[in-house]
Design a binder for this molecule. Structure first.
Ligand SMILES: Cc1cc2nc3c(=O)[nH]c(=O)nc-3n(C[C@H](O)[C@H](O)[C@H](O)COP(=O)(O)OP(=O)(O)OC[C@H]3O[C@@H](n4cnc5c(N)ncnc54)[C@H](O)[C@@H]3O)c2cc1C
Length: 415
């Protein structure tokens, strides 16, 4: 085991807060620096896959999150007009595994409180600008000129637009041209929650409307659903200028059942835009510095894996520090343990995204011709479900053991 270190974590998001919990519990002295002065529970829904659920179980936080989450049993995508395109039931791989639709704020609050409880020091309102090595220790410098250190290890967990990217050994980071508008809306009649599915409607590759049952928002008891509307980044201003009625009409043309959830919307201010990023680096570490979560491997969220990978990163790093005799060995082991899994999902997200979010008519046509056949070709469908579950590691590599995952989660699953 690596001896107790002073560890700094940049960013109190999923990767940062989960790491703070595990590392503080392991006896390290942990300080988290978060840019936002008063972190609050904002954001849309995310899907927690069985892999992410197992990581939360390891943190002893799965039950707290599950209590406010919505079970997801399949992903169903149809073309506008209702023609089936993709239907991926979790039960194809294991009868008891499923996803959890959860409000980002629920995950955030649970992890944040967990980090406090584990004894991590959390400094909010500190915007880290860079890191430097002085006398074999790392220091952090914030945008106000404050210096923080010395630290034996720094975790860069500040998301896709990472201020420490300049330190990465090999890095490619670029924004996608596309992103998504999202809205979290009350679903008091459980119109979407009842179906227990991620429901998507597409028209070509330039229109995608998605609904994710999102359980209950923090501090409220009404069921909510997250609505996602795919859009190219340079079209967001024109979309806002067109106003709420134009959008409502367009959405209802795709999915009339959205009428009650859009009814309270009087303007577009609750609808937010998130741009996608693609970040690739290798290795994920250098001296006394490790990148994790979106800072290391952001992708488009087409496969719904980003927060799950952030949680898995936290577990992998804690395990590597616990098992290795020294820090360089631990960081090398961390990079090696995450490489294949992450490389597959980055590859898959890059392949899939233009089929669902691009201006290409040819790709959309190919998708509409080929994807419906996958429903009848069991090996292909199983591969697609396994990828959704988060366990695949490559076209020729064995997936993570699903039976083992189901055994771990079994005591927490409803009958
Ligand atoms: C529309 C959309 C839908 C998505 N859906 C899913 C899904 O269904 N399932 C899923 O698993 N993933 C999903 N994702 C991806 C997921 O949100 C991310 O992969 C995940 O949040 C990454 O976690 P992170 O901890 O790496 O970064 P973040 O959650 O971005 O956290 C980074 C933290 O660092 C802080 N920070 C940033 N810069 C600094 C700085 N300079 N100094 C100090 N603090 C700083 C930020 O304030 C933030 O708190 C989705 C993403 C989008 C955009």
């Amino acid at each position: 085991m690596v001896a107790a270190e002073d560890i700094a974590i940049v960013g109190a998001g999923t990767a940062g807060a989960a790491s703070a919990i595990l590392l503080a519990r392991a006896g390290h002295r942990v300080t988290v620096f978060e840019r936002v002065p008063v972190p609050t529970a904002v954001g849309a829904g995310i899907t927690l896959q069985p892999t992410g659920q197992a990581a939360l179980l390891r943190l002893d936080l799965l039950e707290a999150v599950r209590a406010r989450a919505a079970p997801i049993e399949r992903l169903r995508c149809v073309q506008r007009g209702g023609k089936p395109l993709v239907d991926l039931p979790y039960a194809d791989i294991h009868p008891r595994l499923h996803g959890l639709g959860v409000h980002r704020g629920v995950l955030f609050e649970t992890l944040f409180a967990g980090a406090h409880a584990a004894g991590a020091q959390i400094q909010t309102g500190v915007d880290i600008a860079r890191s430097e090595v002085v006398s074999d220790a790392r220091w952090l410098v914030d945008t106000a000129g404050g210096r923080h250190g010395p630290f034996g290890l720094v975790l860069a967990a500040d998301g896709a637009v990472c201020e420490l990217h300049g330190e990465a050994l090999r890095l490619r980071a670029r924004p996608y041209r596309w992103g998504a508008l999202f809205l979290v809306a009350d679903d008091p009649d459980e119109t979407f929650s009842r179906d227990r599915e991620i429901h998507q409607v597409v028209d070509g590759a330039h229109h995608l409307l998605g609904f994710l049952p999102t359980g209950r928002a923090p501090h409220r008891d009404v069921p909510v659903v997250s609505l996602f509307w795919s859009i190219r980044a340079d079209r967001v201003d024109a979309w806002r200028a067109a106003g709420v009625e134009a959008w409502r009409e367009e959405v209802l043309d795709f999915e009339p059942r959205a009428a009650p959830i859009l009814a309270p919307l009087t303007d577009l201010s609750p609808v937010l835009f998130a741009r996608y990023f693609d970040v690739t680096m290798y290795p994920y570490h250098r001296e006394r510095l490790v990148f994790m979560g979106d800072a290391a491997h952001a992708t488009s969220p087409q496969l719904g894996q980003g927060a799950n990978h952030a949680l898995l990163d936290a577990v992998a790093l804690a395990d590597a520090l616990a098992a290795a005799p020294d820090l360089p060995t631990a960081l090398a082991a961390y990079t090696a343990s995450r490489r294949r899994h992450l490389a597959y999902y980055q590859f898959a997200a890059r392949m899939l995204t233009p089929l669902f979010q691009s201006d290409s008519r040819v790709l959309a046509l190919l998708r509409d011709l080929l994807f419906p056949h996958a429903r009848w070709l069991r090996p292909i469908r199983r591969r697609m479900v396994r990828t959704m579950l988060g366990v695949d590691r490559g076209l020729l590599r064995r997936p993570l053991p699903v039976g083992e995952l189901a055994r771990q989660l079994a005591p927490t699953l409803p009958d």
